[in-house]
Design a protein. Structure first.
Lengths: 253, 260
């Protein structure tokens, strides 16, 4: 509880208020709220199809919310123009569920791609090669620099995607199901990597998952997304001991 | 009643898709002259599309030239008009057969390729990843591909025409002992600027149609692998149909100019 109190004293880097999103008659998000503090690992758990990925896509402007406000580092992204949104996106890393590596490009080209538009962030002094190697060494894959994504295993793809996310040195990293589709050992490696990165760069992380083990290891705080709302919030221990049947259902093995 | 409902639904979805395609085309023209210009990617696409379609266009053109001459020869001989062969084949290849056959081949080769590539990029969230990294995916993926195929198709048509005429010459040379100089002198004597210009303009529009439809189908691909297959397939079918419509309009407009 003390650590949670400490976290809430920190700067708010990301805040969602009363977010609503529907697809026809399907109301995916119904007044969802959340706050992410500086240096925090916040896990959002929910069943498949509960709107986790919709919420995270609204956060980076890939989807437009029906109503509500999304503040990222004190910028309301629903009111930003395209240019301002692109500049802000340089501070937000996004690890996609299926890695989303560009399969017509090598690992090197994949990592260089985000640098094309964001040279201003490095004030013109940019050594692309150095940044690529640094990002790859963070995930232990320097040797894969000239490989094509089709030559990589699932775990390697996820690590290269993480390196691509890191190359712009983002302040916030959004993870969309970082361990889905991976075997338990590789999942554990990815979780350790995420922790190492958080420590090294002091990033704030929002992790969308339905992997209870991942949530247990990495979360400082958790929010359970049920019926499009932030149904419950607390640490892993608090939520896992809850008597509420809907909450208990998440922690049954 | 059921039949009416089915037709009604199909017509409705056709007009919705037509509207979306029109909006997509409008968006293309809106951003095509705006910065940033993705020149490196444009060059890469030009090389990919031009180079990879070249062999197919050459083989198709050569066979069309051979077949056209072999099929027409007996009829012309019957009327004692074999000497008209180079002019007839030259005009029909340059004005009609060359552009439409090359465009149909490219619709299959390039259009389906674009549909499948962008479709799989959409399904695997690569387009979303591009947008998050600050690059406008419409400019990077769509504009470059549409421009590349629009620029490359007229060049491929020229190559296809040349090879088809060469194929025709080979038949005439073997069967009628006509020399290279004589054959091509007759071809170029019969061709006018009014034959070449409309065919070239038409080829640009063919290229534009292949690029726009392929990109549209891929860019708005439905989720799943079935969606990718559907995008590639419908890109070819819709483009082929559109090519004939454009061809008809081009011939109609050219005819009006001839009358003037």
């Amino acid at each position: 509880m003390n650590s949670q109190r400490d976290i809430s004293k920190r700067e708010i880097v990301l805040q969602i208020k009363n977010l609503n999103k529907s697809f026809g008659d399907n109301h995916v998000l119904n007044g969802f709220n959340m706050t992410l503090y500086q240096g925090e690992n916040l896990v959002i758990m929910g069943k498949s199809g509960s709107g986790k990925s919709v919420m995270i896509k609204c956060l980076v402007g890939l989807m437009e919310a029906d109503s509500g406000s999304i503040s990222v580092m004190h910028n309301d992204i629903t009111k930003l123009n395209q240019e301002a949104l692109d500049i802000l996106r340089a501070d937000i890393g996004f690890l996609f569920q299926g890695s989303a590596l560009y399969d017509s490009m090598t690992v090197r080209e994949n990592l260089e791609f985000p640098l094309r538009r964001h040279t201003k962030k490095f004030k013109g002094q940019i050594d692309t090669e150095e940044l690529v190697i640094e990002a790859l060494s963070n995930v232990g894959l320097e040797s894969a620099i000239d490989l094509m994504p089709s030559e990589l295993s699932g775990g390697m793809k996820r690590r290269v995607a993480l390196a691509r996310t890191l190359i712009l040195k983002p302040k916030i990293i959004l993870y969309d199901e970082p361990t889905s589709g991976l075997d338990p050992i590789t999942s554990k490696e990815i979780i350790i990597l995420m922790q190492d990165i958080q420590k090294k760069y002091n990033t704030s992380s929002l992790i969308i998952t339905h992997d209870v083990d991942c949530a247990r290891v990495i979360s400082d705080r958790m929010i359970l997304l049920i019926n499009g709302t932030d149904y419950a919030e607390g640490t892993y221990n608090e939520l896992s001991l809850s008597e509420d049947s809907k909450i208990k259902a998440f922690f049954k093995h | 009643m059921l039949g009416f409902n089915t037709i009604n639904t199909q017509l409705r979805s056709f007009f919705i898709e037509f509207g979306e395609l029109s909006f997509f085309t409008f968006k293309f023209f809106k951003v095509v002259f705006k910065r940033p210009f993705e020149l490196k990617e444009l060059m890469r696409q030009c090389y990919n599309m031009g180079n990879r379609s070249l062999l197919l266009v050459v083989i198709t053109g050569f066979i069309i030239g051979l077949v056209l001459t072999l099929q027409t020869r007996p009829t012309l001989m019957e009327f004692g008009a074999v000497s008209w062969m180079p002019s007839m084949v030259g005009i029909s290849i340059v004005r009609e057969i060359g552009p439409i056959i090359t465009a149909l081949v490219c619709a299959g080769r390039i259009g389906s390729g674009i549909g499948a590539e962008l479709g799989s990029m959409r399904v695997t969230e690569q387009i979303d990843a591009m947008e998050v990294s600050g690059t406008n995916p419409f400019k990077f993926l769509v504009v470059t591909r549409v421009l590349a195929v629009t620029l490359m198709l007229p060049l491929l048509v020229i190559v296809g025409d040349a090879v088809a005429l060469y194929g025709s010459f080979l038949v005439e040379n073997v069967k009628g002992n006509v020399s290279f100089m004589l054959y091509f002198n007759q071809v170029f004597d019969s061709l006018e600027f009014g034959d070449i210009l409309p065919a070239t303009i038409k080829s640009f529009f063919f290229g534009l149609a292949i690029g726009i439809v392929g990109c549209f189908k891929g860019y708005y691909c439905e989720k799943g692998t079935a969606g990718v297959g559907k995008a590639a397939n419908s890109a070819v079918v819709f483009t082929s149909l559109l090519l004939f419509v454009i061809d008809f309009i081009a011939v109609f407009v050219t005819d009006i100019f001839y009358d003037l």
